[in-house]
Design a protein around this ligand. Sequence first.
Ligand code: GLU
Length: 562
Amino acid sequence: MDFNYLAELLFPHVTDTPADVEARYPARTLPEGAKVTRFAPSPTGFVHFGGLFPSTVGERLAHQSGGVFYLRIEDTDAKREVEGAAEGLIKTLAKYGINFDEGAILDENGNIADKGAYGPYKQSQRGPIYHVFAKQLVREGKAYPCFTTEEELDELQAVNKKEEIKNTDWQAEAEKKRAEMLARREFTIEEVEEHLEAGHPFVVRILASGDPEKKTKFTDLVKGTLEIPENDEDFVLLKSDGIPTYHFAHAVDDHLMGTTHVIRGEEWLPSLAKHIQLFSFLGFKLPKYMHIAQIMKLDEAGNKKKLSKRDMGANMDDYTRMGYCPEAVCEYIMTLLNSNYEEWHMQNADKPYTDFPFNIKKMSVSGCLFDFGKLNDVSKNIISRMSATEVTEKVTAWALEFDRELGEALASDREFAEKIFAIGRGGKKPRKDLATWADAKPYMGFFYDQFFTVEDQYPESFDKADIIATLEKFIATYDYADDMNTWFDKVKAIADSLGFASDMKAYKADPTAFKGNVADISMFIRVAVTGKQNAPDLYTVMQIIGKEKTVERINRMITSLS
Ligand code: GLU
């Protein structure tokens, strides 16, 4: 067959040659060892936690090596496209420290624009480029047209799905598929001309040359050495609307854009054989690959399962709503990505995670387990090291969006709010009460009358009369001007007067000699003032809310108990 003629028939409008295109995408000049990585999402409306994984790896590897990190929007599947999704994605990623040097960016009007010399960075704008390479492959007899309607194609794809052939004879099914494939390869130029004249749509398929019995060794930088069978499937390169498949766009784009490391989800691993063949057919150097394991979570029964779209924590917007600070999420991701991150962090507590030498070799091969408990620990540590001013600002900003009443209360008197968040801050062992901004209200809402409720009951083991007596005695001697020691001496005196131990040593030596101890006396007062058995330092709480409110709340408790 005259492949040159066939190529002209199929792509009459394509006049550029691969060399012409290559000339527009010169090799990058970068320092030795610099990595060029990309994030290549197909934006569908929200950023999945799983997407932050490969993008963080790409960002770290590029920026750690003095390379380039770029964003390519893979919008070739018009059916899945969601209006505004790419814009939202760029904003969300930026919030989590994923900043691109090049690629699709947001311009000053908030629209997607290109930055860099290797664009366009939106695949939907790269149609003519793919056609040049498709034409070349046809010219070389490595690809061919297939006049199948989209419905027929969908049917074939359905057959590919394992579920559908689960109950049929595998061998027979495979032979049938092979026969279908070989039949597609049989056509004459005249047939092609007839189809084209009749306006029939066609797809372009690769002419697979591999023998799946033959396996080649391949090193994935995460998964290690793998045995990849050669590809023998005539997969589609261009769909009937002229739009490339993921496989074809991946090869053309990553080659032209100079990607050195392809970092993507492990769901692409089964397609690697196709990509190896395609790069070889196109005469492109194969990039290095890193296939990242999927994020797992434990279900109720304790079994590992994929973190699915619907799971809490899958959508990055969940974190904003729940009030996680992005630094915590970033650091948590680092702990998941590199097993030695935590150790490094302990030794370098003051350094940002971007100072950590990220190491591909320390990545998990089999998958990380998503766990809110761990995220909360990381987050509590981070928040405990923030200043009261910073915490006040961040809680207020979050609350104004997600808990208006709290937000307004905080914003109405910043100084007051800051005093609250200053409790237990600074020093070697700061308090770790907050994992999220949403934790603020249950922790400190009682400072505000509108949020104050008595949440905790007094334990039944105590005599009501002792509680009332404590509260009355406290009010009788309370002086706002007392320093902490004087204040506590008064509390101790109440303990002694009611048969509670003021000296813990004495109490421990013989607990049966007392009704309780000074900690119980403090608790009686604490529940009245804060509504809780556990709250920040009571003396400081009273200093912040003031004498009037303190006395009022204690009196109210006395009334309710009497
Ligand atoms: N658009 C592909 C995806 O979202 C990109 C995979 C890749 O990084 O090559 O899965």
